[in-house]
Design a protein around this ligand. Structure first.
Ligand code: PLP
Length: 373
């Protein structure tokens, strides 16, 4: 198969319809399969529509294999629990999706797993926080919502030195822009609800890693049971066929919007890894080989609620990664469950807005923001 992501996104995993000669994969709705050759079952993560998606994602992420889940959190938590046991320690970066952050605060200790959190851009802090029982380092880059960049290769190298497994949440970048396995990461997770689905109409999650680690995660995944049904798996496969086209346009639009916002006097700060003055722009350039992504955030000088109400084209909504541009206040949504003190610690202010840039004409998006300002 071609090394081109454009070709892979269309063709990998396609077996077509052998009965009628159709060009797309049929939706195999069976939950009961003949067991002689392989025991197939939706919750064993091995049904035909699940496999088609996994093959595409593994090709796009340069991994060996993967698993498809019913949500991003199912993918993240199953991977974590598969790698950890009572008495172990996990090291997180500070800037995380609110749901992951909240899960870390509320779930791990109950199972006898301890954790620490360190600044994403402070490699010495990572090394200092490693304990004898540290089994996993978990990073997310670019991070939600402040688009902080973690040096993937440096963290992976550090983890190898101590025989620690690395997990990354690659949701914001998408497999088009960043392939962490190339930089030494062990396990890549995605909220497929975002760029992989891409149309704000489904919820799924994915893991891509080595064959060996897939089997380890699958063993836990079969117990936790967060698998994805055949119909949604098919929709995910369909979505993936256009992921490269969508994400390239989103990259282009986001760059245009970041430049525009930076030149606007009513905007206090802009966070986008593609901007030359982003603290880790050079690292982003090295590891985001496909582009800087469609996510950016900014702080308005005025009242953020008044600004949001005036937007006409850009929709106020949770989630991200869809073809339509959406905007959200992290304080009210993704990070609402964190206390004000926890948010202040990671630098999320009331004036911060997170924009998920769609595939529309960039000038139309700029005009919408201009009139709302
Ligand atoms: N990771 C990131 C970066 C996210 O933004 C989200 C959801 O917003 C998740 C993980 C969780 O994914 P899901 O909502 O599909 O469970």
């Amino acid at each position: 198969m071609s090394k081109s992501k454009l070709t892979q996104s269309v063709h990998v995993g396609s077996v077509g319809d052998p009965l009628y000669g159709g060009v797309v994969n049929p939706i195999y709705t069976s939950s009961a399969y003949d067991y002689e050759t392989e025991i197939r079952y939706p919750r064993y993560f091995n049904t035909p529509n699940q496999k088609a998606v996994v093959q595409k994602l593994a090709a796009l992420e340069n991994g060996q294999d993967g698993l498809l889940f019913s949500s991003g959190m199912a993918a993240i938590m199953t991977s974590m629990f598969a790698m950890l046991k009572q008495g172990d320690h996990i090291l997180f970066q500070n800037d995380l999706y609110g749901g992951t952050h909240h899960a870390a605060l509320n779930e791990l200790n109950r199972y006898g797993i301890s954790y620490s959190m360190v600044d994403a851009d402070d490699l010495t802090a990572f090394e200092k926080a490693i304990q004898k029982n540290t089994k996993v380092i978990y990073i997310e880059t670019p991070s939600n919502p402040l688009l902080k960049i973690t040096d993937i290769a440096a963290v992976a190298k550090l983890a190898r030195k101590y025989s620690i497994t690395t997990i990354i949440d690659n949701t914001f970048a998408s497999p088009v822009n960043q392939n962490p396995i190339d930089f030494g990461i062990d396990i890549v997770t995605h909220s497929g609800t975002k760029y992989i689905g891409g149309h704000s109409d489904l919820c799924c999650g994915a893991v891509v890693t080595s064959k060996k680690l897939v089997e380890k995660i699958r063993a836990s995944a079969m117990h936790f049971g967060g698998s994805l049904d055949a119909q949604t798996s098919y929709l995910v496969e369909r979505s993936l066929k256009t992921i490269v086209l969508r994400v390239k346009q989103q990259n282009k639009n986001a760059m245009a919007l970041a430049n525009f916002l930076q030149s606007e006097s009513k905007i206090a700060r802009v966070f986008y890894p593609g901007l030359k003055d982003h603290a880790l722009h050079k690292v982003a350039k090295k590891q985001m080989t496909g582009g800087f992504g469609g996510m950016l955030s900014f702080e308005v000088k005025g009242n953020p609620d008044r600004f949001l109400k005036k937007l006409k084209l850009i929709r106020k909504a949770v989630s991200l990664g869809g073809v339509e541009s959406t905007i959200t206040s992290p304080v009210k949504t993704s990070h609402a469950k964190l206390s004000a003190a926890e948010r202040a610690k990671v630098g999320i202010s009331d004036k911060l807005l997170r924009l998920s840039v769609g595939i529309e004409e960039a000038d139309d998006l700029i005009r919408d923001i201009q009139q709302a300002l």
